[in-house]
Design a protein around this ligand. Sequence first.
Ligand code: OAD
Length: 254
Amino acid sequence: MTQHDPIDAAATALAGARRLLVLSGAGISAESGIPTFREAQTGLWARFSPQDLATPEAFAAQPERVLGWYRWRRALIARGGVNPGHEAIAALERHLPVVVATQNVDGLHAAAGSRDIAELHGNIWRDRCPNCGHETVLPVAEPDENAPFSRCPQCRALTRPGVVWFGEMLPVAALERAQVELEHCDCVLVVGTSNQVYPAAALVEQAVAGPATVIEVNPQPTAVSGAVDIRIAERASRALPAVVRALDEAPTAR
Ligand code: OAD
């Protein structure tokens, strides 16, 4: 393994690590055909203003418009499905314990086989009643675009996706899980996030300031790119399978 190659350096770091925390963002699902949030032209926000859709106020004022947007996003996710980046992160569990703390709501890490996931911004496949809190988990499948929007089986109120909207608090358990793992892991893999949304971005900053080896996978530079230990300026669906291959081929030095 040549260490100046970041793929090999990442595989070496992972081969020597005991526990891995993955901090993922929209970029890891970009190659599943799901637009990220801040990339110009293709980003979701390029077409919609967040204030018009991903807020409790928007849902109260125009529920059908907000639910229509989430139905469209569910269809995109179901059509795109997992990509080799998601699968590579699940494959890392062959080598060491992995916790995935994701900002993504698409459910694709679980679909790819990752088993220990903290969903910092919730999950689009959960349907929650804003009235009585009743929650159902939907299958990852294309929604019927002609079906009426779902209503709570208990109180008949229109249900909303179980995701964090602007102005809402993150699920405490997920955030605490990520925080605890950050204090115990010795390797952090930051993939596909622009690190602009807090408190998720604070986890990345804490990782970079902490003792763990930090690997960043992102074709574009971010605010932490200059401070991480290993930077792989590649798309996740190319970089991550290459790291897993290098790790699989590495002599079992454990
Ligand atoms: P962004 O859209 O802000 O950033 C996506 C990042 O992924 C960028 O840094 C891209 O360079 C990178 N990227 C794009 N394609 C990639 C690829 N193929 N492989 C690897 N990286 C790639 O998305 P997030 O950082 O996830 O929050 O945004 C965080 C939050 O902002 C979202 O969870 C959402 C949004 O507001 C809520 O909805 C609460």
